[in-house]
Ligand binder design. Structure first.
Ligand SMILES: Cc1cc2nc3c(=O)[nH]c(=O)nc-3n(C[C@H](O)[C@H](O)[C@H](O)COP(=O)(O)OP(=O)(O)OC[C@H]3O[C@@H](n4cnc5c(N)ncnc54)[C@H](O)[C@@H]3O)c2cc1C
Length: 302
């Protein structure tokens, strides 16, 4: 990577973080992934805007990451800049029934803030281990709720470097999909409209969903949650199981024995093993049922 680019970023990004050759295994829930040439965590919109403009001007590739809970980064890492939207952009403000948060705030913290103000509507999201930015991009959802139900407006940085506020209904939000990656938007923050509720009931629902997750999901192992999207008319986990792939193993990567929809890292898997396993599962399920599973997980550096 160009030394001049690194120097400029280090000079300008003074509140945030700029790291060279940062192992991505530290920033993904699979806990695998080689070094990013540059890893930048901006502290605010201006630092983010500067990093993006400079990368574009200097023709340095970059990738925006949230909490890395839906990412598989290759063992070779990423040749370019990972822009991590995290702690430096994670404020949460609750006004009446509106929760406004920056993209780096975790869903868990936002759901907790809502609970503390007696607001209902975010219970579904409390156990999803992503950032708000990642959740908007993926239209994350669980147990009958999805981000689409509560989002009203999203602030983005556009591909040509402008700050813009977009109504959620204009983001083409559908099952694990938004138009954000195609438009090259970077999510800066969002507003969510909730309802007043009974804090005890909200807490009880969150506890109930957390228990369901612990019972059904292999939370004791690193993973990226559901590996595949739900194909129309099927359940991915059931297809994988019916193809005889429950417990199927490549190196230390495995189709979870607890939930066939999850690929897990049993401890020492590398990204290549996980990637190969995912491809094998796709092939075998396709051969048996004629259904090509589409990964929900995003691959970087492959
Ligand atoms: C144990 C476990 C359980 C899970 N359960 C669920 C679940 O129930 N429901 C569900 O939907 N998901 C679930 N997931 C998957 C994951 O948590 C969600 O997809 C989450 O929304 C990803 O957020 P993130 O911040 O980690 O995004 P990342 O994984 O960092 O990134 C995901 C995508 O979003 C983009 N992105 C991230 N932040 C921004 C930003 N600020 N601006 C622009 N693009 C951005 C990235 O470029 C990438 O394309 C689970 C994962 C795990 C590990």
């Amino acid at each position: 990577m160009k030394q001049d680019f690194i120097r400029k970023l280090k000079e300008h990004i003074t509140e945030g973080v700029v790291l060279e050759l940062e192992p991505m295994g530290r920033h993904t829930t699979f806990q695998v992934g080689g070094p990013a040439d540059l890893f930048v965590e901006p502290a605010g919109r201006e630092e983010l805007q500067y990093a993006v403009e400079t990368a574009r001007g200097d023709h340095v590739p970059f990738f925006v990451a949230g909490n890395g809970s839906n990412l598989l980064v290759s063992d070779d890492g990423y040749r370019g800049m990972i822009l991590h939207i995290g702690k430096g952009m994670s404020q949460i403000v609750v006004t009446d029934t509106v929760v406004e948060a920056e993209a780096g705030a975790s869903l868990a913290r936002i759901a907790k803030a809502a609970l503390e103000k007696g607001l209902t509507g975010m219970e579904f999201a409390a156990g999803i281990p992503g950032s708000l930015g990642g959740a908007v991009v993926m239209n994350a959802g669980a147990y009958g709720g999805e981000m689409k139900d509560i989002l009203t407006e999203v602030d983005v940085l556009t591909a040509d470097g402008r700050f813009l506020t977009i109504a959620a209904c204009d983001l083409d939000l559908s099952y694990r999909h938004s138009c954000i990656p195609h438009k090259d938007y970077i999510v800066l923050g969002a507003r969510m409209l909730l309802d007043r509720g009974d804090p005890e009931k909200i807490r009880a629902r969150m506890n109930e969903l957390a228990l369901l997750r612990r019972q059904k999901q292999p939370l004791e192992y690193p993973s990226a949650g559901s590996t595949f999207k739900r194909p129309e008319g099927y359940f991915a986990g059931k297809l994988v199981q019916d193809a005889g792939l429950k417990g199927y193993t490549v190196g230390d990567a495995q189709v979870s024995e607890k939930h066939s929809g999850f690929v897990i890292n049993r401890g020492h898997a590398d990204a290549a093993e996980i990637y190969f396993l995912i491809q094998q599962v796709q092939k075998k399920v396709n051969k048996k049922f004629g259904v090509m599973l589409e990964p929900e997980v995003r691959f970087i550096g492959f």
